[in-house]
Write a protein that binds this ligand. Structure first.
Ligand code: BEZ
Length: 217
């Protein structure tokens, strides 16, 4: 059965460009982003991995570890990493899993046979420190992913885990958020949201982002 939000991210052991990885142990207490791409030495993938490397500080700020995957082997990954570093002006600083035996691709349902029966599609999973799957996105091979969007979702997940809020469409850190409809106790609302809120409708209550300073926290 395929994975669903809230499921425990399957653990695995697999080779990578940085040696053997035991996934849950490797994640430790971090958030994780596990993402697959169709093949090494392909143009879109090269830009995606370059982007991920350049976002190192943004991932670190959010306690997120990135790990990529394709079905190519470790030697190919290592040669490709040199190419990515050279062409994208970066240093790939995260492992790329070598999933030749499809261990991880199968666990995470990354091969979609009606799209391509041998290569992985562009799957991406955000996994929280409790090892729960919190986001799944799937893009076709021809469309590179937007890694700023991935960071935006991590911001939303981390904010909404800590406060009784949800984030509206197109929200980015610092924008107003909505108070969750289940929170009705006025005393608690005032305590949680001392800056107040605006009830546009009884079910749509806007309040300033409770995480005051997004510049580095
Ligand atoms: C790419 O990464 O550029 C790519 C991979 C497979 C099909 C099309 C594009």
């Amino acid at each position: 059965m395929s994975l669903r939000l809230g499921d425990t991210a399957p653990d695995f052991e697999q080779d990578s460009s940085e040696g053997r990885i035991r996934f849950h142990e490797w994640l430790g207490d971090s958030w994780g982003i596990l993402f697959s791409h169709p093949a090494d030495f392909t143009p879109v993938c090269t830009t995606e991995l370059g982007l991920t490397a350049k976002l190192k500080d943004e991932f670190a700020k959010r306690n997120v570890k990135a790990i990529a995957l394709s079905v190519d082997d470790v030697e190919s990954h290592k040669r490709w990493i040199n190419d990515i570093n050279e062409t994208q002006g970066c240093t790939v600083n995260f492992p790329i899993l070598a999933d030749g035996d499809r261990t991880v691709s199968t666990l995470y349902d990354m091969i979609h046979p009606n799209a391509d029966d041998s290569m992985t599609v562009r799957s991406l999973f955000v996994i929280d420190p409790n090892k729960k799957v919190r986001l799944m996105i799937t893009y076709p091979a021809s469309t590179g992913r937007n890694f700023n969007e991935v960071l935006r979702v991590v911001d939303s997940l981390q904010l909404t885990d800590d406060h009784k809020v949800a984030t509206p469409g197109n929200w980015t850190a610092g924008d107003d958020v909505v108070i969750v409809p289940s929170l009705q106790d006025e005393e608690e609302i005032q305590k949680r949201f001392p800056k107040g809120y605006k009830a546009v409708r009884p079910y749509l209550r806007m309040t300033p982002d409770p995480k005051a300073n997004w510049s580095g926290d």
